[in-house]
Design a protein around this ligand. Structure first.
Ligand SMILES: [Zn+2]
Ligand SMILES: [Zn+2]
Length: 145
């Protein structure tokens, strides 16, 4: 499932107010909040009647609800809301490594869980690295002294 491509500009003053008034949020706005802030919908591709969603700020305690920006429409016909939402409880467990991955979306989100959504840009960045497989670099090939 590909990631939704919607991008929107957040109303910064509203976000800052929501941020400092959110339960278990930061007391002061974080330094990396800048004017002219754009957010990208993080959900998988979805129908237009479903709200886009972007994580604004996680709570200080990772188990607490995070602050999300939800919106529909674009530019002039955009409607939005800024609200806290609990995390999706889904956990992906790799049977071989026993590593777990928590879904990074809000509870009862539409579309697939975060690990089912692929970011086409991220895939490009993480594309095949230089396949420089010089056999002599392999330490297993070296003789013990
Ligand atoms: Zn979206
Ligand atoms: Zn989920």
């Amino acid at each position: 499932m590909l990631q939704c491509t919607a991008v929107t500009r957040v109303p910064l003053s509203e976000v800052l107010i929501a941020l400092v008034t959110m339960p278990h949020g930061p007391d002061t706005p974080p330094d990396d909040f800048t004017l002219d802030h754009y957010v990208l919908c993080e959900l998988g591709n979805h129908a237009s009647y479903i709200d886009h969603a972007a994580l604004l700020y996680p709570a200080e305690n990772p188990d607490r609800p995070a602050l999300w920006f939800f919106w529909t429409g674009t530019d002039t016909d955009r409607t939005h809301r800024i609200t806290t939402a609990p995390w999706c409880p889904a956990i992906l467990r790799h049977l071989r490594t026993d590593a777990t991955l928590r879904c990074s979306f809000f509870n009862s989100h539409p579309t697939g869980h975060s690990w089912e959504v692929t970011d086409p840009l991220g895939d490009l960045i993480a594309g095949p690295a230089g396949t420089d497989d010089g056999a002599t670099d392999d330490p297993r090939e070296r003789h013990q002294p």
